[in-house]
Design a protein around this ligand. Structure first.
Ligand SMILES: Nc1nc2c(ncn2[C@@H]2O[C@H](COP(=O)(O)OP(=O)(O)OP(=O)(O)O)[C@@H](O)[C@H]2O)c(=O)[nH]1
Ligand SMILES: [Mg+2]
Length: 473
């Protein structure tokens, strides 16, 4: 049961727009009283039955006017999402009805919930740790089956238990050190600096490093990647975008300079979320609008994870294309030779003699993959997707991260700080650190790990995390 005395909050928990069902959710000490005030059961019971769906009506408490026919459920604390008393009113999915019920709940004493406040209460009341609360948001926003699986694993506490194992080991060590501080005469018998150091070097630091590399390697499946299509005007960039989307999204014409702004859409390739960006063709232009478009193309190229440099395979390589390759730096690049239907190129054209300039480019720069496609005929798309997937994941089949959990950027930052503090501590042990200092350093590591699960997270960080939620979650 919650020992906190928070005001009762209410919100519409279902998305806007008409739907079969809409839900108003109420949480807090007055939830049941508010329900009793607004709801008339068809078959009233002397006592409310927890976790039981009851049919009835929402009526205006003064006029008795029936607002809707609903199903209502009361979930007694602590067996609820927030661990407080929670009420859900399942009405017809009409915004006016939902809004009216919400207003009645407010008039009966509830306050409108802030974004993520239900989940924040679940966290503050100890039902979820912070990684699990974050997983709720990821679960709601997941757009690929893989991202969904990661979110579910995290919600089930996979990351939490990895961190908890490390925390438990540190707390055990700290307890021993604190005994040594309390009984200084026996210090030598109790603390063995070598043993502590071994524990850090063989268990704790490698465990953190595994989690950090899981964060790095799994990042693309958590966040997706941005892929930008760059090239000269008329090479078929918009045609390629349309081919990947399998939809006539961007305007395609025979005129050079058709696309003047960037166009961004999302696709999934083997479970990987890809933001694909079509851009204005790069050339010297005196047209003000086109020039702004070209600047945007270059900006998108700088921000992208992968650049698809699209060439017209039926034309010689242009100086602008060489310049683009020169400026690519260490960014991932795939050369895509389009219009292969005009010159009989097929599939992966790594060693294709029909593209001598490209082969020359490869030796001059580095061995970029070259894929021949025809956006017009829709050929080469599978080869291109496979090349993209293997370039960013290093894998050829569907994704297998090889990790049971993929920490996010916030977790990773805290893990890196914890790891650095562990290394400092090991250096200290080499220089015969006093038990008092050792305990302080151990606490520093614990504090960094505590940020991840929410033991030591500041109010500002909590506000940022829960502020990203929608109202009603
Ligand atoms: N033969 C052939 N023509 C193509 C192919 N892909 C695109 N085209 C044609 O090339 C012309 C330009 O295509 P777009 O997709 O508009 O080219 P773009 O690179 O987006 O051009 P801008 O937006 O002007 O920079 C159109 O007439 C397309 O039909 C292809 O694979 N083969
Ligand atoms: Mg275009």
């Amino acid at each position: 049961m919650s020992g906190r005395h928070e005001p009762t909050i209410a919100a519409i928990a279902t998305p806007p727009g008409p739907g079969g069902i809409g839900i108003v959710r109420i949480s807090g000490p007055d939830a049941l009283r508010i329900l009793t005030q607004l709801f008339t059961a068809k078959r009233p019971t002397p006592q409310p039955v927890s976790h039981h769906l009851t049919f009835g009506w929402i009526k205006h408490p003064v006029s008795g006017h029936v607002l809707d026919e609903v199903m209502a459920v009361f979930m007694a604390a602590p067996h609820s999402y927030t661990r407080e008393d929670v009420v859900e009113i399942h009405c017809h999915g009409n915004f006016l009805i939902l809004q009216q019920i919400l207003i009645l709940a407010q008039e009966a004493g509830a306050r409108l919930a802030d974004p993520g406040e239900f989940t924040k209460r679940a966290f503050l009341n100890g039902r979820l740790d912070l990684t699990q609360a974050e997983a709720v948001l990821e679960l709601l926003q997941a757009r690929t089956a893989e991202a969904l699986k990661l979110a579910l694993d995290q919600l089930h506490g996979t990351l939490h238990s990895h961190i908890q194992q490390i925390v438990d080991a540190l707390i055990h060590m700290k307890a021993i050190i604190e005994v040594a501080i309390d009984f200084p005469d026996e210090e030598l018998d109790i603390i063995n600096p070598r043993e502590i150091q071994n524990n850090f070097e063989q268990n704790i630091i490698p465990a953190l490093e595994n989690l950090i590399s899981a964060a790095d390697n799994g990042k693309i499946f958590r966040d997706g990647i941005a892929v930008v299509i760059i090239g000269r005007p008329n090479v078929g960039k918009s045609s390629l975008l349309n081919m990947l989307l399998q939809e006539d999204r961007a305007i395609v014409t025979t005129e050079a300079g058709t696309t003047r702004d960037t166009i961004e859409e999302q696709i999934t390739i083997k479970g990987m979320l890809v933001r694909i960006i079509d851009t204005a063709g790069i050339r010297d232009s005196s047209d003000v609008v086109e020039e702004i478009g070209i600047q945007r193309s270059l900006q998108k190229m700088a921000q992208a994870d992968v650049v698809l440099l699209l060439l017209d395979a039926s034309q010689p390589v242009h100086q602008d294309e060489l310049d683009l390759m020169t400026n690519i730096g260490d960014k991932e690049l795939i050369i895509v030779a389009n219009k292969s239907d005009l010159c009989q190129l097929k599939g992966a054209a790594q060693d294709n003699s029909l593209l001598p300039e490209v082969v020359a480019l490869q030796s001059r720069f580095r061995k970029y993959p070259v894929i021949a496609i025809s956006a017009k005929q829709g050929s080469g798309v599978q080869e291109l997707e496979a090349a993209l997937f293997s370039l960013v994941t290093g894998q050829t089949k569907g994704w297998d991260p090889g990790y049971s959990t993929v920490p996010n950027a916030r977790h990773r930052a805290a893990m890196a700080k914890a790891r650095a503090a562990c290394l400092d501590l090991c250096t200290g042990l080499n220089n015969t650190l006093s038990p008092d200092l050792l305990a302080i350093e151990l606490q520093t590591v614990l504090d960094h790990l505590g940020e991840i699960v929410g033991y030591t997270t500041t109010e500002e960080v909590l506000d940022t995390i829960f502020g990203e939620f929608c109202i009603g979650k």
